[in-house]
Design a protein around this ligand. Structure first.
Ligand code: CTP
Ligand code: MG
Length: 224
């Protein structure tokens, strides 16, 4: 067991693009997104800390019980993660977004293992479709598909690297960037771990439909 690992779950967003309220508390098959995430992480790490919208502390505490510690989040994903980071002292930190409820335990464990070795590791999916750069309204060049990847969470880091990244962001007024951008700014290499196609981030109404109708039943079947 990874007792020296704390998992941080940023789940304090308001879910504006989906339009159904804070996504952490929406249920798929009767289980909320944040419960699904916490359930996956429990058993992989020593401790789980969740950041929720300030008005949802009681609801989250009632729902998660002893499985996780619940704290008020900040006004961006970056500030939610930074404030959760201050609440723990474990040397390895895993991050899994509250709106990515389908990562497998095997993926979480692999990301932790690679982060131990390399300092920073992140799950990704390969680009299965062509990508291109655009400039001033014109397509200017292809992005070779071997080079293009879609970063996901789970992600894991040595604590000191994450601390330095967030400190550097604070000092330089860098706001609301992804964690891997914050780490790359330090000049630290981020190891990539092939993730899972089913590990989608639920952002839009279409994602919500896909999560309910396609991915939840698929993941359920895979578990059997
Ligand atoms: N998040 C957070 N604190 C914030 C904003 C976002 O912890 N102040 C979390 C979200 O809860 C989510 C993750 O960061 O788990 C990724 O954010 P996103 O997909 O943008 O979710 P929302 O911010 O909730 O959605 P929207 O941007 O559409 O409002
Ligand atoms: Mg957001």
């Amino acid at each position: 067991m990874n007792n020296d690992v704390a998992a941080l779950v940023p789940a304090a967003g308001s879910g504006e693009r989906l339009g159904l309220g804070p996504k952490a508390f929406l249920g798929i098959g009767g289980v909320s997104l944040v419960s699904r995430v916490v359930n996956t992480l429990t058993g992989c790490v020593g401790r789980v800390l969740v950041g929720v919208p300030p008005g949802y502390l009681d609801k989250a505490t009632a729902e998660l019980g002893d499985a996780a510690e619940v704290y008020p989040g900040g006004d961006s994903r970056q500030s939610t993660i930074y404030s959760l980071l201050q609440k723990c002292a474990e040397p390895i930190i895993l991050i899994n977004d509250g709106n990515r409820p389908f990562a497998s335990r095997a993926l979480v464990l692999k990301v932790i293992d690679k982060a131990r070795r390399h300092g920073a590791a992140i799950a990704f999916t390969p680009a299965l479709i062509p990508f291109a750069r655009r400039q001033d309204g014109f397509l200017v060049s292809p992005v070779p598909s071997r080079q293009a990847i879609v970063p996901q969470s789970p992600q894991a880091f040595h604590r000191d690297i994450l601390e330095r990244g967030y400190q550097n962001a604070l000092e330089n007024g860098i706001e609301d960037q992804t964690t891997w951008e914050i780490i790359l700014r330090l000049g630290v290499k981020v190891f990539v771990v092939e993730g899972e196609e089913t590990n989608i981030k639920i952002t839009s109404p279409l994602d919500w439909e896909i999560a309910n109708k396609v991915i939840a039943p698929l993941v359920q079947r895979q578990k059997k």
